[in-house]
Design a protein around this ligand. Structure first.
Ligand SMILES: [Zn+2]
Length: 135
């Protein structure tokens, strides 16, 4: 599966890459400000929309989307989530939420600075998203 970038590339940079102990990438805004839109990377069905104000659960507010052929993507530390009861599906590029992650803020989870934590899995197996972005 090829995917679009989950945020505006020109306004962000990758602050942590994919590794055995971080099976995701972290993308942060160049101006360090919260609130950048987060986009669905491919056509999807809503899977989970989780509101979590705990500072002890890592993801905080997060969304999991299901895509075709067993692919899923996860977007964590969201400032807010753009979902309404009853929504079933959406398109690549739809705004699904806004970037958060400020330390100690409700919804940030264990994040210590503004960024989105982005995971991609194939049938539950983590992959490096860098290999799937449309260039
Ligand atoms: Zn991360």
């Amino acid at each position: 599966m090829k995917i679009r970038y989950p945020v505006d590339r020109k306004k962000t940079h990758i602050t942590q890459g994919y590794s055995w102990r971080h099976k995701a990438i972290d993308i942060a805004p160049l101006d360090k400000g919260e609130g950048l839109p987060i986009y669905a990377v491919e056509d999807f069905a809503w899977d989970r929309v989780v509101q979590s104000n705990s500072r002890w659960i890592g993801y905080g507010n997060h969304i999991i989307l299901k895509h075709r052929d067993g692919w899923t993507t996860l977007y964590a530390h969201l400032l807010s989530m753009k979902y309404k009861e009853g929504w079933k599906t959406g398109k690549a590029g739809d705004i699904i939420g806004y970037m958060g992650g400020k330390r100690g803020k409700p919804g940030s989870g264990k994040s210590t600075g503004v960024h989105v934590h982005f995971e991609m899995k194939s049938y539950g197996r983590p992959v490096n998203p860098m290999n799937y972005f449309i260039t």
